[in-house]
Design a protein around this ligand. Structure first.
Ligand SMILES: Nc1ncnc2c1ncn2[C@@H]1O[C@H](COP(=O)(O)OP(=O)(O)O)[C@@H](O)[C@H]1O
Ligand SMILES: [Mg+2]
Length: 290
């Protein structure tokens, strides 16, 4: 077998993302203090019976950081994301999160009600399929308002006003506010899901292939929108994607997974420009050969 060439990864000019270039949020300043991290993932693993979901994964996430988990289908990305946000219980390892109060706690030792509360307030979770993240038979305004109410809003007029302004932010016409998401296109549904998640100004957002399953032109526009919001709101994000162009555009740091294990990690631009592991080199060069 010939060695894959270690070539620089550029977004090919034919790519729908080629026009999106300069707006990535700057990486947060160097990690100033060891006790200001938002998320500490330590040796996390999950087996499905005998099958490895993911194995011995560790990373930290700092406020304002965007971390992309990349790898081909079946490499364990979604398993890892589910473990990190507490939707799934790990076979080994632990995940700690620093709450807005400053206290660190073990995500898997939280009572279920508290974890669900986190997911409705300080955290967001953007699913690949908007059906999994929206209430499809509740109006768009209701989808956004529900999250505001979970955060304590009670005033109908304010909730409505915030709903309108968020629809505008995600480029949905305000006159669609009373329509149900089933009447929306896939791209609109995904933008609504993002509005529903971000309206509470979460500190940490999980995204699993947020632009997957959409037409490429729709993907590019959505990606641009996500990037703008992440920058403006200074969000911390753990993003799963099989698409290196998406990782390049959004992430400060990158973790490459293969068969459940992390094979390479580092600053996104560095890993993509100068991949060290053979598997990363293969991923990067296959994008270029497209
Ligand atoms: N619920 C499950 N039961 C059994 N095996 C699973 C389950 N979910 C995922 N797996 C297996 O775990 C591995 C990692 O899957 P997954 O985390 O979905 O990868 P990715 O998101 O990178 O495509 C794969 O081998 C997959 O078949
Ligand atoms: Mg997946």
């Amino acid at each position: 077998m010939t060695e894959p060439a270690a070539v620089g990864f550029a977004i090919p000019s034919a790519s729908p993302f080629a026009g999106i270039r300069d707006a990535k949020a700057p990486p947060p300043a160097d990690r100033p203090s060891p006790n200001q991290g938002l998320l500490y993932v330590e040796g996390v693993g999950k087996y499905y019976g005998d099958r490895i979901g993911c194995k011995d994964v560790s990373f930290d996430l700092w406020p304002g950081e965007v971390l992309a988990i990349v790898g081909e289908s079946g490499s364990g990305k979604s398993t890892l994301l589910n473990l990190v946000c507490g939707r799934m219980v790990p076979t080994s390892g632990k995940v700690r999160y620093r709450e807005s109060s400053g206290d660190l706690f073990d995500v898997h030792k939280l009572p279920e009600a508290s974890r669900r509360r986190l997911l409705r307030t300080e955290w967001g979770y953007v699913h690949q399929n908007p059906r999994d993240g929206l209430r499809m038979r509740v109006s768009a305004g209701g989808n956004i308002g529900e999250r505001l109410m979970a955060c304590g809003s009670r005033h109908y007029g304010n909730i409505r006003k915030t709903g309108v302004s968020w629809l505008d932010r995600v480029e949905i016409d305000a006159d669609r506010i009373d329509d149900v998401p089933v009447s929306y296109s896939g791209g609109m549904q995904q933008r609504l899901q993002i509005a529903r998640n971000l309206v509470s100004a979460p500190r940490l957002v999980f995204m699993d292939e947020p632009t997957g399953g959409l037409d490429v032109s729709v993907q590019a526009r959505l990606l641009d929108l996500i990037r703008t919001l992440v920058r403006e709101m200074g969000l911390s994000v753990v993003l799963v994607t099989h698409d290196l162009a998406v990782a390049r555009l959004l992430a400060h740091r990158l973790m490459v997974m293969r068969r459940g294990e992390v094979v390479e990690s580092g600053l996104a631009d560095q890993v993509l420009d100068d991949p060290r592991h053979e598997y990363t080199q293969l991923l990067v060069s296959s994008v270029l050969q497209g």
